[in-house]
Design a protein around this ligand. Structure first.
Ligand code: NAD
Length: 438
């Protein structure tokens, strides 16, 4: 029986937070506001509600980082936040970004908790961040930074504790350096300390493409729901990184016309469809410069979001669709590859305008799902083929989408609210059966 519930009549809402919390930033507020709205709707036990509003552990570190010139030593701030230790080890990516802060990482760790619960994965949410622009670093600098950050958080990560993965600004190389640094300290190889690592050291086939594949699986499901076909639809993708580039390529392979894509410096638009192979080749020659791509017209990131299309896929950063531009979006549906791209106010505007939104915690859960496959394969030392990974991922994503969609219909709520209800509901059940220590 639960011992989370007080004998006295519980307050209808957790007590307001009096003193500003260290992680109290706009992005954290967004995550908490989403939780609060959903908890109210679910009539969630207020004791559990309050526990879910703050992370269980939040580590802030600062460390010296030497540049290649061997003169400059900078102080770098970095974070690792573990939101929920109830469900198993914690799991979540590490982002390298010059604006990252404790509030952002905390919000992302909360979303990871809901995401893992929606997908029924045996993990709680975590997230890490290093406050630096990775594009200014040489490969040696990136490696030194990664190894020092790993040694700063070494006590709190581990294959049974907390398992990092790639996110914005990090990739397979970074995961390999984390794995190597951790293993050096332990005295033996510990591949299970990270996921999203290279195949040569126990990575999984299909992990690199997993988030984009999950996004497109959700887009297909959402198309089916509204009687539209992905084949022949017009797609716009913001962000051409690990998530966006794969989503664009898969959409195009499935017959969609990708008419707009962008990176941090701007984008390109062609209403007749862009050739993804030609864009890949262009980017190899010209760095990040999509604006000058000769096969399309230059657009700013803001213009890109407002292009007329069937499916908009924000796959870059948070806070992109706000009350300022939500009324100007000209898509039929939006499938969120990025975490937190839509503010609460924008969400309400899109719902009013009948634009179907597949929320981040469902749409981009393919990454953590294949990370889970990677972890399972590592534990068993038995590795699956790429076809097997992709098939299992698509099965789980379809099942999760349909489950959330059914709940949305039953409760008469948006997919975002239904996804939050499903994730938070499963965590609530786990907390009830575990009880409170001591
Ligand atoms: P990435 O670093 O590989 O690519 C990011 C892309 O976004 C790049 O094209 C970059 O130029 C662009 N970008 C960065 N800042 C921008 C800005 N201010 N305006 C417009 N474009 C900008 O990162 P990624 O791994 O593809 O992650 C993208 C998003 O997806 C993030 O929100 C991340 O949290 C989320 N996500 C990633 C994964 C994953 O497996 N990598 C999983 C789930 C969610």
């Amino acid at each position: 029986m639960s011992n989370h519930t007080n004998a006295a009549t519980p307050e209808p809402h957790p007590a307001p937070i009096q003193v500003p919390l260290e992680w109290d930033t706009p992005m954290y507020r967004l995550a908490v506001d989403q939780l609060d709205q959903t908890a109210e709707r679910m009539n969630l036990d207020p004791n559990i509600w309050e526990r879910l509003r703050t992370p269980q552990r939040a580590h802030v570190v600062s460390f010296p980082f030497r540049r290649d010139d061997y003169k400059t030593v900078e102080t770098v701030f970095a974070y690792r936040v573990q939101h929920l230790l109830t469900m198993g080890p914690t799991k979540g990516g590490i982002r390298y970004d010059e604006d990252v802060n404790l509030g952002e990482v905390t919000a992302l760790s909360m979303w990871m908790s809901w995401k893992c619960a929606i997908m029924n994965l045996p993990f709680g949410g975590a997230k890490g961040g290093v406050r630096i622009d990775p594009h200014t670093l040489s490969s040696d600098e990136l490696q030194r930074l990664t190894r020092r950050y790993t040694s700063e958080i070494i006590e709190v990560i581990g294959p049974d504790r907390d398992i990092p993965a790639p996110d914005l600004g990090t990739d397979e190389r970074v995961m390999a350096w984390i794995m190597d640094t951790y293993s050096q300290q332990m005295g033996h190889a510990v591949p299970g300390v990270v996921t999203g690592k290279p195949i040569e050291i126990g990575g999984s086939y299909g992990r690199r493409e997993a988030t984009g594949r999950g996004v497109i699986t959700c887009a297909k499901e959402a198309c089916r729901k509204i009687g539209m076909s992905l084949d022949g639809s017009k797609v716009v993708v913001q962000g051409f990184g690990a998530v966006g580039a794969v989503a664009a390529r898969l959409a195009s392979t499935l017959g969609a016309q990708v008419i707009g894509i962008s990176s941090i410096s701007g984008g390109t638009y062609n209403p007749k469809g862009l050739d993804i192979d030609a864009i890949d080749a262009w980017l190899k020659q010209n760095g990040d410069d999509l604006k000058s791509y000769p096969g399309g017209e230059p657009v700013t990131n803001q213009e890109l979001l407002e292009l007329p299309c069937d499916i908009l896929i924000p796959a870059a950063i948070q806070n992109q669709i706000t009350e300022k531009n939500a009324a100007s979006l000209r898509c039929k549906m939006m499938v969120e590859g990025a975490n937190g791209p839509t503010t609460l106010e924008a969400d309400a505007i899109l719902a009013d305008r009948n634009i179907l939104v597949v929320p981040d915690i469902l749409a981009n859960a393919g990454g953590v799902t294949v990370s889970y496959f990677e972890w399972v394969q590592g534990v068993q030392q038995f590795f699956w083929s790429e076809e097997e990974v992709n098939r299992k991922l698509i099965e789980l994503m379809q099942a999760a989408y349909r489950n959330v969609d059914q709940l949305a219909s039953d409760e008469g709520v948006t997919l975002r609210t239904a996804a939050l209800m499903r994730g938070i509901g499963r965590i609530k059940q786990a907390k009830h059966v575990r009880g409170v220590f001591p």
